[in-house]
Unconditional design. Structure first.
Ligand code: SF4
Length: 303
């Protein structure tokens, strides 16, 4: 801003910064996926990803440092939750990634699927999304935002009551109470029935079909009985299933499912008229699964 006096510019430079975070690491996968590791002012680290596919330019952001939900297959939850990200730290992830785009391209979608349980930081998340979706912000349509949750029924109802148009994705990962308790420990407190009721309530109040995410783990939740149980749980609902073949995490004992298991899941769900897709794994070469880049970085710098 060369139209400001030099002394004022110097003072602004000394006293203010546009970004509170710093870029500690920037990886680009062969498929073009960008992954940033940002350093927060208190030294904590957070990850975010930019994915390009056809006309879509999608950012994936984190809401917490670490995660307290403890899903047994996940890198982010290994050390528990350290703190919620501020609304500014969430917005900065979007801006940092948006700034990587060439000037002729625009951000088209935002998914809240990075580190952390989104709805455990509901107030800051909604404040950040309001800023991103505002015409004074980035003007992104609310319907282009997907909020992912492990399934916290009270928070899902609170989000529905806010009347935003976000798409909700519930990380189900298991079709029965016992299996879900084993894979997603928070389920022991909340129960599968309450999660499904809250998802139904979100659909009723927003009119938006809920997506159920299902990370497939070889021999654990990809068996024939699991596909049948999942179809039974969802066939009477207007729902979509997103199958995610597992990205192995160093130090964790889970494996990627065989392609035949994924095919069987798709076949069984479609035969019961449940809408289903298989997520393409973007950026596998750069640890683009939540929490993996941060772990690798911390391992490299730890004595
Ligand atoms: S899968 Fe999501 S909710 Fe579960 S521990 Fe990882 S970040 Fe948390």
């Amino acid at each position: 801003m060369s139209d400001l006096p030099k002394a004022l510019r110097r003072q602004l430079e000394d006293d203010w910064s546009v970004f509170a975070t710093t870029v500690l690491h920037h990886d680009v996968a062969p498929d073009g996926t960008d992954k940033l590791l940002l350093g927060c002012p208190d030294g904590r680290k957070v990850e975010c990803v930019l994915m390009a596919e056809d006309d879509r330019r999608t950012v994936c952001v984190s809401t917490q440092v670490g995660c307290g939900m403890g899903c047994v297959f996940c890198a982010s939850g290994l050390k528990g939750v350290e703190r919620n990200l501020t609304r500014g730290e969430i917005v900065e992830q979007v801006l940092r990634l948006r700034n990587l785009l060439p000037s002729e391209e625009r951000l088209t979608n935002l998914v809240v699927m990075g580190m952390g349980e989104s709805l455990a930081n509901l107030d800051n998340l909604v404040a950040a999304l309001d800023r991103v979706c505002s015409p004074d912000g980035l003007g992104l349509g609310q319907r282009r935002v997907t909020v992912s949750t492990v399934g916290l029924p009270e928070k899902m109802r609170a989000l529905a009551a806010l009347g935003r148009q976000y798409h909700l994705a519930v990380s189900l990962h298991a079709p029965t109470e016992a299996l879900r308790n084993a894979l997603v420990p928070v389920n022991e407190k909340v129960g599968l029935g309450a999660v499904m009721d809250a998802a139904d309530a979100y659909f009723q109040s927003s009119g938006r079909q809920v997506t159920f995410e299902y990370v497939m783990l070889r021999g654990v939740n990809d068996r024939p009985e699991d596909s049948a149980a999942l179809a039974g749980l969802l066939e009477a609902r207007k729902a979509h299933v997103n199958l995610i073949p597992y990205n192995p995490v160093a130090g964790l004992p889970f494996e990627r499912p065989a392609p035949e298991s994924v095919d069987r899941f798709v076949r069984v769900l479609r035969s019961r008229r449940v809408s289903v897709s298989v997520r393409k794994t973007k950026g596998r070469e750069i640890d683009a699964a939540c929490g993996q880049l941060r772990r690798r970085f911390e391992a490299a710098v730890s004595p």
